[in-house]
Design a protein around this ligand. Structure first.
Ligand code: ASP
Length: 716
């Protein structure tokens, strides 16, 4: 009897490790090589990642601060998603020269435009440094001392690795600190825009289609990395030259079909595959709901005004993009978790553990650990709910945020120095031109009404309790006072005030600031929750304690010699592999694995901004003028889905065929599987990519940018 129970328990203990499919560290890919080859991969792990000779990893870059890009010529040409460089496209756009709306194609290298602040990062090498980082930690008396030792070890290891080079390095924990890896990088700060399609191609379908299949979005843009003549990373300079890139991805226009091997190579941001049921519950029932409500309210207001004028659209394009992406993802995540019943399943597995705990010592220990994690979640839930409601409310009100930015300067005593005045004016110059008052005034009322009237009273910090239950009419009156009558009402009013304020006026603003502390109190409450303390009840402290327990919870997965378990994504380079395949999202429904340009014409609607199709594209599609890029049936493929495990950050990642040739770029996931950061389900999780042939068709036939085509290695 005892024996059969322990066998049973062993199988359950595998269940408790949860993760499936995976995002693999390229350095460990050897473990996956046979599996990949069985699926159709014709190369080796060494071709993907090698420190001895050029390998695929040399052609994959971390683009900006959260995306992936790939090198597609020997002159540093980078392909990534349109949405990855969206903020740069917006910043470079004016109403007269509207790159977002009209697209941009540099006629020659000298027309390529500098994107200030944009960097691309090449991985030089990675290595496991667990031993170095965990040295001496066993002597630590508590978590704080342990962290200090780790911090010191990290600093020392990095310093040694980059000494005498122009590299930078970063060390990250894996499996909650069971392992550590170092990534040694070379960061290039001169990156220029080469080409981008207009928004009605690059963002076709807009927020409506975002996170959805079937998709018809040409989500791509081209950039180039520049360096000095020796190929070294240097800041922007006129005489910088395109970086010579010996390793780049050849492009296949043979295309792929259902069942063909696919591989995604890039920088997935965050996954949490090993959470216990309380962890999933925290995300779907406590973090996502207030986020969904507050962002949804903001978006409705913003969109209403954006439809009124191109100027407002341009002003709010990037803001809505960012808000909306996370908002819709949270909705999809909750839906996916509910439909896959994963919360219920994990809860049940945990109940099994409880049952077996009385029968085996192993199970007792594990159950003990589980109970400790669960107990910590009680505090975590409460802190997180308070923080997320605050975070999605107060910093989202633009004028409130501006007032808090300038508050310390305004609080200075009379007379204000020339330097303080100049600083205030600079803040105003930055803020007012990208802010549209009627939007923010409505957002103010909507968000505060929800916060003070529809969230739980006990979540509201003491300093804000006086507003709990406040009448909407009073909020409207407050908004009128602030947005129409205060010195913050307009750029002109604020500028005049700063330039001419008398002693009395400065005394008045001090009084006003002393009396109007709602935003300040919210900021302070949020800062208190986020304080990096080892003794108080704060989010970093509780997370640290939970993670320290998870370290033991996932230890068996980390130590598994067969390499079945992958470490959660943490914005480090990973390989995901699978195949091009459709799926059945719901009973009685089937999704085909690819879309064609026919779908663009079906979706076309001249009255809806996101579905406008311009004449040139429409003609090319109608007359099937697809150049070399049509498929065997003479159709133009736009996007396809595949079973590669991806996450945010994989946006822009190369999607490669079995020969390591570029067949597309990853840009999204299908709605029914958006919960894959918490639970990957192969039956419904699919990543979405733009077919490389559609990209080439747009560059070549639509934009006429043959100079770029001739730089690439295109294989038929
Ligand atoms: N479209 C997604 C994003 O922007 C990419 C993904 O998460 O799959 O985050």
């Amino acid at each position: 009897m005892k024996k059969s129970i322990s066998i049973l328990f062993f199988s359950f203990s595998i269940l408790f490790c949860y993760a499936d499919v995976g995002m693999w560290l390229p350095i460990l890919l050897k473990q996956k090589e046979t599996e990949m080859q069985k699926l159709g991969f014709k190369l080796t792990a060494e071709d993907v990642y090698s420190v001895n000779h050029g390998s695929m990893k040399d052609a994959v870059v971390f683009f900006g601060r959260g995306c992936t890009g790939e090198i597609i010529s020997n002159k540093g040409l980078i392909l990534t998603n349109h949405h990855c460089g969206y903020s740069y496209l917006q910043r470079l756009s004016t109403l007269e020269n509207n790159i977002l709306h009209d697209g941009f194609w540099a006629a020659s290298e000298k027309d390529e435009i500098r994107c200030e602040g944009l960097t691309v990062t090449f991985l030089v090498y990675m290595e496991e440094v667990t031993h170095e980082i965990l040295q001496n930690v066993e002597n630590a008396k508590d978590l704080q001392e342990r962290d200090q030792i780790i911090e010191k070890n990290i600093e020392g290891t990095i310093a040694k690795a980059i000494e005498g080079t122009d590299y930078s390095a970063i060390i990250k924990p894996f499996f909650y600190g069971n392992q550590y890896y170092m990534f040694v990088n070379r960061v290039y700060p001169d990156v220029r825009l080469v080409g981008a399609p207009p928004e009605n191609i690059g963002k076709f379908g807009g927020d409506t289609d975002n996170w959805m299949w079937p998709r018809h979005t040409g989500d791509f843009a081209l950039y180039r990395v520049y360096a000095n003549r020796d190929g070294e990373p240097v800041p922007y300079a006129d005489d910088n030259v395109p970086l010579k890139t010996e390793t780049f991805f050849p492009i296949s226009i043979k295309g792929i079909d259902e069942g063909d091997f696919t591989m995604v190579f890039g920088y997935p941001g965050t996954t949490q595959q090993y959470l216990i049921s309380d962890g999933i519950d925290l995300v779907v029932n406590h973090r996502n709901p207030p986020l969904i409500h507050q962002r949804g309210a903001r978006l409705d207001i913003m969109k209403k005004y954006m439809d009124l004028s191109p100027e407002i659209r341009l002003m709010y394009a990037n803001k809505t993009n960012t808000i909306s992406n996370g908002w819709k993802k949270a909705i999809g995540e909750n839906k996916g978790i509910k439909e896959t019943k994963i919360l219920h399943r994990r809860d049940k597995e945990e109940k099994y553990l409880e049952f077996f705990a009385s029968q085996s010592a192993d199970a007792t220990n594990r159950y003990q650990l589980l109970s400790e994690i669960k107990a910590l979640y009680e505090t975590y839930r409460e802190l997180e709910t308070k923080a997320v409601t605050l975070r999605e409310t107060f910093p989202a009100i633009e004028l409130g945020k501006f007032i808090e930015t300038v508050r310390p300067l305004l609080r200075e005593p009379y007379p204000w120095s020339a330097e303080s005045k100049a600083k205030l004016l600079r803040h105003a110059e930055k803020f007012y031109p990208t802010y549209y008052k009627p939007i923010d005034k409505e957002v103010f009322v909507e968000l505060l009404d929800y916060y003070f009237n529809f969230t739980k009273k006990e979540w509201i910090p003491a300093s804000l309790q006086k507003y709990a239950g406040i009448d909407r009419e009073i909020l409207q009156a407050m908004a009128k006072q602030l947005y129409d009558h205060s010195v913050f009402a307009s750029a002109e009013k604020f500028t005049k005030f700063v330039e001419t304020a008398s002693k009395k006026e400065i005394a008045n603003i001090h009084k006003w600031l002393n009396e109007n502390t709602m935003f300040l109190d919210a900021d302070l409450a949020l800062a208190a929750l986020n304080k990096n303390s080892y003794t108080e009840n704060t989010l970093p402290n509780i997370r640290r304690q939970i993670d320290a327990k998870y370290k033991y919870w996932v230890a068996s997965a980390a130590a598994d010699p067969t390499g079945r378990f992958f470490p959660d994504a943490n914005l480090t380079l990973r390989v995901a592999f699978g195949k091009m395949e459709g799926f059945s999202p719901y009973n009685g429904m089937v999704y085909l694995p690819y879309t064609t340009t026919d779908g663009i014409l079906q979706k076309e609607n001249p009255d809806i901004f996101d579905y406008k199709v311009d004449r040139k594209l429409r003609d090319l599609i109608i007359y099937k003028d697809f150049g070399n890029y049509a498929d065997a049936n003479g159709e133009m493929r736009v996007a396809f889905i595949a079973s590669n495990h991806t996450a945010g950050g994989n946006s822009g990642s190369p999607i490669l065929n079995g020969n390591g040739e570029l067949v597309g770029i990853n840009f999204d996931r299908a709605w029914e599987g958006v919960m894959s950061d918490l639970h990957y389900d192969i039956t419904r999780c699919r990543n979405i990519s733009v077919d490389i042939r559609y990209i080439l068709f747009i560059v070549d036939k639509y934009a006429g940018a043959q100079r770029l085509i001739s730089e690439m290695e295109i294989r038929k």
